[in-house]
Design a protein around this ligand. Structure first.
Ligand code: B12
Length: 447
């Protein structure tokens, strides 16, 4: 189920007039489901497989295709549409399997809309599910919990199933999980808590398969934190250099500590990294990362780290979460001030979102702060469904709208871009000057 989701009408209205916002939405709206392509890669050859994007279920005139089995992936924001689609297929006599992040979080709910559901990673159970179906022994639930999938066994995703005209970039996964444990995180750590990496030669094979279809692709790594492990990160980017790609990924600010890695990232075609900075204020970050309070301990290094990364020629997309506990109405100006001071090239602002089965969701539920229970359609990162601790819901929504206006205005976007390129030019000139500068005389000390 493709397309960006946002119920916040005022934000949508505003967003549509802001070039920076529209640009990002276009990129976001056009990526395929790597989860489904991966399962297709694990499907035996005697099965005929088709990949379909359903952007808006309301637009469906008739059910696409005629199938023995329909596999639907799930994120919370689109789950109600996914259930509707599943119900329609089942009513037409087609067997439906549901899996993915939301189904893993809420299996009891999902089972009502499917013949079978998969909890956790798909790979450990998909072949068994298909063989059970062939033998008319389909079970209602398959669980991969406790059967952590070894990425050395990862199948080749079926990129060949895609209608490539629809996409402006493709995703490849180099790892799953993250060594950190942010309270709100609803990514692959919720499928399997183990942090694990795909062997680099397998990543390269996937990229080469894409290059067969699309000679000069733009790749988005579908990782949670690509450079958490620096040694693996260096090995990966070295292997990317000969592929001549352009790529984007998500990671944390510790890449700034490794100049060799930054150099290799640039050389291998890194266009941008997205970093969850969350807040520029130390107290707001207290307790966000639950293993070692990592973000709380890093925040004082943010501006320096951003400069080091951008000076290596890699733009940073800094992400901020509005409405974290401890953030009050002054927090919006704090973010704006930080964005202007730090020289960030690109910015993303979202509101704190309690995705099901996250520690954040459990805590807000305990504290009686979830506004509408099971309103999963609001899990878009742009809609507010909880009582903020230091302001009202209206304050938070107004702060979001106001900051959106200020951060994505034509003028603000241009200023950030111009600043990055001006600095790049200055650095290049400095390097040039130092190349031709006379060898400095070493002062001789009088002894
Ligand atoms: C790439 C990406 C996108 C892409 C592609 C989305 C897609 N169609 O898959 C785009 C940019 C389009 C996108 C959009 C959105 N995204 Co997004 N996205 C990601 C990202 C970076 C990687 C996801 C990925 O490819 N993972 C790798 C694959 C292999 O994993 P997987 O999909 O989970 O699949 C495995 C299992 O879940 C399972 N499985 C999955 N489906 C099925 C189905 C069956 C039948 C079975 C058996 C098994 C199974 O098997 C797979 C292999 O093990 C993650 C963040 C992250 N770092 O993980 C966020 C993330 C998934 N996105 C998120 C969100 C919120 C959104 C949006 C709602 C944002 C918005 N407001 O529009 C939209 C929703 C789009 C939609 N219409 O559904 C959240 C989802 C949280 C949640 N629990 O719901 C995440 C975790 C980011 C976050 N900030 O928390 N996203």
């Amino acid at each position: 189920m493709s397309g960006v989701r946002c119920r916040n009408e005022k934000l949508m209205e505003l967003g549509l007039t802001l070039p920076g916002f529209v640009q990002r939405s276009k990129v976001i709206a056009s990526l395929p489901s790597l989860g489904l392509l991966t399962l297709a890669g694990l499907t035996p050859e005697d099965w005929e497989v088709t990949y379909i994007e359903v952007a808006d279920i309301q637009d469906l005139q008739s059910l696409p295709g005629s199938f023995d089995l329909v596999a639907i992936s799930s994120f919370s924001a689109q789950i109600k549409e996914a259930y509707k689609l599943a119900d329609l297929y089942r009513a037409a006599g087609v067997t439906v399997a549901l899996g993915g992040l939301h189904v893993t979080a809420c299996p009891q709910e999902a089972i009502e809309h499917a013949d079978t559901i998969v909890i956790g990673e798909g790979e450990p159970v998909w072949p068994e599910l298909l063989s059970d179906l062939e033998r008319n022994r389909l079970k209602p639930v398959y669980t991969a919990k406790g059967r952590s999938f070894n990425l050395a066994e990862a199948p080749m995703p079926r990129f060949d199933l895609l209608d490539l005209q629809r996409y402006n970039r493709l995703t490849v996964q180099t790892q799953r999980g993250c060594p950190y444990a942010c309270e709100f995180c609803a990514a692959s750590i919720r499928l399997d808590p183990k942090y694990k990496k795909k062997p680099v030669h397998k990543v390269v094979a996937e990229l080469n398969a894409i290059k067969q279809l699309w000679p000069k692709p733009f790749i988005e790594f579908a990782d949670d934190n690509t450079f958490a492990d620096k040694k693996n990160g260096r090995e990966l980017v070295k292997a990317l250099i000969p592929l001549e790609l352009q790529w984007f990924t998500e990671t944390d600010i510790s890449v700034a500590n490794d100049p060799e890695l930054l150099k290799l990232m640039k050389e291998s075609g890194c266009a941008q990294i997205l970093i969850g900075l969350e807040s520029p204020k130390r107290s707001t970050l207290d307790g966000v990362e639950q293993n070692a309070n990592w973000k709380f301990n890093q925040v004082d290094r943010y501006t320096d780290a951003i400069q080091k990364i951008q000076d290596a020629g890699i733009t940073v997309n800094g992400c901020f979460v509005l409405g974290l506990d401890d953030a009050d109405t002054t927090s919006f100006d704090d973010i704006l001030d930080f964005v202007q001071r730090s020289g960030l090239y690109e910015v993303q602002i979202t509101v704190m979102t309690a995705f099901p089965a996250t520690p954040l969701y459990d805590r807000l539920l305990r504290e009686n702060r979830i506004l509408k229970q099971e309103a999963w359609e609001l899990c878009t990162l742009f809609d507010i469904n909880y009582k903020p601790s230091q302001m009202t819901v209206d304050d938070l929504n107004n702060g979001l709208l106001d900051l959106t206006r200020k951060i994505y205005s034509d003028d603000a976007v241009n200023k950030r871009v111009r600043r990055f390129f001006k600095r790049k030019k200055e650095l290049a000139a400095m390097r040039e000057r130092s190349r031709f500068a006379p060898v400095p005389k070493i002062p001789v000390k009088n002894v």
